[in-house]
Design a protein around this ligand. Structure first.
Ligand code: LRH
Ligand code: MN
Length: 426
């Protein structure tokens, strides 16, 4: 299914005037605070978030999976679905592949498909948390940290294979997330597990092309429930420093113990030039992989406040990689991803309304109330007309969810693929 610009334009017609009225009102009120709204629109339009190839079908939990109908059964169909999301939102210009769930069979065809949908290949993800059927060694007791030399070598080689796949597609980064850990006290030796992991990551890092980056993703628990080798940002930061200048920490918002101050972690990593990127999602309890901004939108805003400040004041940190990492147990995966993109753009736009210099002055003066007033007035501003303008200017939908439904995308996908097609991934 292709959603073309003329379909979107005709669907926008009925709400164009209402959008323009709201946009003009917002521009005038922001102009009073010397905020150039066109600048915000351009920054948003350039802001592209990668869609995870493993989150285009109905996910599921160990308690069950509810198929959604019309799911993409091939990598080509997954890219078509990312193409639909990008056509409507104009902010999903990249896909992040997970190997071996999405090994391309025909690289030229896949690259043509990407060009057709104006998509780039963001980070490729390795998978040493599942055993492949023809694998010689098992990852039951870990991969890069495994006590078995053979198992570690197999896991390192897998990451090298993933880099080669990424190179053929034009990707420039590898994300490593390890499930490695233990379930019981005494089951393993913390120090040898960490040392094995560091030595293995160095082998992977040294096999990367000169212009590639390594993203090391941390997680406190699951699937191991007593200890995880790369459990927190500090461990990932330490390993990234041990690897080299092009190794960074990747922050998955769901990978924090309750009430962790993630915005402080972001500020710290940017100051040290080690923030590689994000896996955006939201959560109430654990790694719930829920729609971005659906549970803690203010926390997401505070994270973007640190990002905007860091992008203005930390040239030592590279431009972060923006990716979503969610799974959809009960919602239409494409609608869920569209809502997540909206929440990310909204948090970014609100954070860009903060006068960072005024805020730093108030912080230096310890004027606590003024600090709060500066950030909260930005948060309380309805920035949606700016998001609409950014989409409209690139041929996207004023309201992507409404357009998705008006254009009967899911119904068409079910007609094309049937009710029982299943997407590989989570
Ligand atoms: C681990 C994780 C990781 C992916 C997986 C699909 O929880 O966040 O980023 O490899 O989800
Ligand atoms: Mn993740």
């Amino acid at each position: 299914m292709i959603v073309n610009k003329s379909d979107i334009a005709s669907d926008n017609q009925k709400s164009l005037q209402d959008h323009q009225d709201k946009f003009d009102f917002l521009s005038n009120s922001l102009a009073k605070s010397e905020i150039n709204v066109d600048d915000l629109v351009n920054k948003l339009a350039d802001f592209q978030v990668a869609i995870p190839s493993w989150a285009l079908g109905a996910g599921g939990t160990r308690f069950g999976r509810f198929s959604y109908g019309g799911e993409p059964g091939t990598l080509e169909q997954k890219m078509d679905d990312v193409g639909v999301i990008h056509s409507l939102t104009q902010t999903a210009g990249a896909i992040s592949l997970h190997i071996p769930w999405d090994i391309p069979t025909d690289y030229e065809a896949i690259k043509q498909k990407a060009a057709q949908h104006d998509l780039n290949f963001d980070a490729v993800n390795s998978n040493t948390f599942q055993d492949q059927k023809d694998a010689k060694e098992s990852y039951r007791n870990g991969s890069l940290s495994n006590t078995s030399d053979a198992a570690r070598e197999q896991a390192v080689q897998h990451n090298i294979d993933v880099i080669e796949i990424g190179e053929k597609l034009g990707s420039k980064s590898l994300t490593v997330w390890l499930a490695d850990g233990i379930n019981f006290p005494g089951q393993g030796n913390f120090q040898s597990a960490l040392q094995h992991t560091e030595d293995s990551l160095k082998k992977i890092y040294n096999s990367m092309p000169e212009d590639w980056s390594l993203f090391i993703e941390y997680k406190p628990y699951e699937p191991n429930f007593y200890s995880t080798v790369i459990q927190d940002w500090g461990t990932s930061f330490m390993l990234a420093n041990a690897c080299g200048d092009r190794a960074y920490t990747l922050v998955d918002l769901g990978h924090h113990l309750p009430n962790t101050n993630i915005e402080q972690i972001v500020a710290t990593l940017m100051l040290k030039g080690k923030l590689g990127g994000f896996h955006f999602n939201d959560s109430k309890y654990g790694d719930d992989d829920l729609t971005v901004g659906s549970i803690k939108p203010y926390a997401l805003f505070l994270i973007f406040n640190e990002l905007v400040q860091g992008m203005q004041h930390n040239p030592q940190n590279p431009y972060p990689a923006w990716m979503i990492d969610a799974s959809h147990n009960i919602k239409d995966p494409l609608e869920d991803l569209i809502q997540s993109l909206e929440a990310i753009q909204e948090a970014y736009a609100k954070a860009m309304l903060i006068d960072q210099n005024k805020l730093m002055e108030a912080q230096a003066a310890n004027d606590v109330t003024l600090c709060q007033e500066i950030i909260q007035s930005a948060y309380r501003t309805d920035v949606r007309p700016i998001l609409e303008k950014a989409r409209l200017e690139r041929g996207g939908a004023l309201s992507p969810i409404k357009a998705y439904r008006n254009l009967k995308v899911r119904e068409t996908l079910i007609k094309e693929r049937g009710l029982h097609s299943v997407a590989s991934g989570l």
